[in-house]
Design a protein around this ligand. Structure first.
Ligand code: TPP
Ligand code: MG
Length: 411
């Protein structure tokens, strides 16, 4: 439903974005984009747009560019409908993770649980830019992306508790959630990036005009396989966007201890790169729109989303051995993505306090209901352990265990 609405509205917004881009001044390579100078026409545009519940806004932080002469729009459009949708999504992601943490503490969740809290603007901004045919693949911190790509709150939470209504029917858990155009959910650090290159190669081969976003963290960014993908994607001009969500910490260590070049947007060698304020939904959306356009026309590029995670690496990590509690509190106070976007919407008179409270209540109800289902729902019967192993059931048998004579079903 959310994606269908986006399909109608985004082309109009894109057109407007292109118009506004023409009004922008551009910068030299390696320089941050300047804010656009006030132009008479833009002011006129702004006046007429305001009348239709649109705002034309300057992004708070400039982009940084690598091997690009022109960057994403720094003058962006926010419609009333989008303001509501993004605010709702930001809140939903935060609430879902709070519910996941609670379920984990109550021992309803077995296995891993990696929370995305703090990074919500990255997921909401990226998914706002995706077109119907575009694909996305990520690592293990994936609950929020699953939700935005079409998995319901029940689908996410019941997957965590291992129940039938989970999006993988409880067989996948925290790291293995899937939906159409959403390829998960991967537990092996960095392994999703070559898979993403494969997805981009397949859609190029089939002329689908689809771009693939392959996500990875600042810790994964040091892996060899990512550099191999940079090379192949550039050679084959794949429609692939490498997205490094730099939350500044890996598992038990910081980027400053683990990485010699901490400017991830510059690490693609010949690939263009863009540094983005990952706490700003509109900056992420603008960068992702630019990236889609670039990847379709010229091939791969790197987006580095500068962000922060509040929780530890996983539920078993308190997250305070390798960073100070005060640092987390400072980011929460000054950079929180939900707060920032909510304040912006209020300042721009797009959302009133009471409307925001109503959205909060709606989200709270949705997650509360989903939590109940996630606890009360049944587990799959045992024989489903060997159903759906393959997408299609070739011989109705599972390869390699013929002595057990197990029939394979696709359900
Ligand atoms: C190949 C591989 N090596 C190591 C691990 C263990 N491990 C899990 S997460 C992680 C750190 C990844 O950090 P980052 O990429 O910054 O992602 P974040 O947790 O910050 O989202 C490590 C080393 C793993 N799962 N797979
Ligand atoms: Mg990290």
């Amino acid at each position: 439903m959310q994606r269908a609405t986006a399909r109608v509205i985004e082309p109009a917004i894109n057109q407007l974005g292109q118009l506004l881009q023409r009004l922008q001044m551009h910068t030299a390579v390696e320089q941050p984009c300047p804010r656009p100078s006030p132009v008479e026409d833009a002011a006129e545009e702004e006046r007429s747009l305001d009348a239709e519940d649109l705002r034309v806004l300057h992004l708070a932080a400039p982009f940084k560019l690598h091997r690009l002469e022109h960057g994403p729009d720094t003058l962006v459009v926010l419609k009333l409908e989008q303001a509501k949708r993004y605010y709702r999504q930001l809140l939903a992601l935060r609430r879902l993770e709070a519910a996941a943490a609670q379920l984990y503490k109550e021992r309803q969740v077995r296995g891993f649980c990696h929370l995305y809290t703090g990074q919500e603007a990255c997921a909401v901004g990226l998914c706002a830019a995706l077109r119907e045919q575009d694909n996305l693949i990520g690592g293990y911190r994936i609950h929020g992306y699953a939700y935005l790509m079409g998995v319901s709150a029940v689908g996410v939470l019941a997957e965590l508790t291992g129940k039938c209504s989970g999006c993988a029917r409880g067989k996948g858990g925290s790291m293995h959630m899937y939906a159409p155009h959403f390829y998960g959910g991967n537990g092996i650090v960095g392994a999703q990036v070559p898979l993403g290159a494969g997805i981009a190669l397949a859609s190029k081969y089939r002329n689908e005009d689809a771009v693939c976003f392959a996500l990875y963290g600042d810790g994964a960014a040091n892996q060899g396989q990512i550099f191999e993908c940079f090379n192949m994607a550039q050679l084959w001009q794949l429609p692939l966007v490498f997205v490094c969500e730099n939350n500044h910490y890996g598992m038990g260590t910081s980027i400053w201890r683990s990485t010699s070049n901490t400017s991830n947007y510059k690490r693609g060698d010949e690939l263009p790169g863009i540094w983005v304020d990952g706490q700003d939904v509109l900056a992420v959306r603008s960068a992702a729109q630019f990236a889609i356009d670039h990847a379709r026309r010229h091939g791969p590029l790197v987006l580095e989303l500068c962000t922060y995670r509040y929780a530890g690496h996983s539920m078993s990590d308190p997250g305070t051995n390798y960073r100070k509690r005060e640092e987390v509190q400072r980011v929460r106070r000054s950079q929180d993505a939900v707060e920032r976007f909510g304040t912006l919407c209020q300042q721009q008179a797009l959302l009133s306090k009471s409307e925001m409270l109503a959205i909060e209540q709606e989200v709270r109800d949705e997650v509360q209901q989903a939590t109940k289902v996630a606890i009360g729902d049944a587990e799959l019967p045992l024989y489903h352990l060997w159903s759906d192993v393959y997408a299609s059931s070739l011989l109705n048998k599972i390869r390699g265990i013929s002595e057990h004579n197990l029939r394979h079903d696709v359900t």
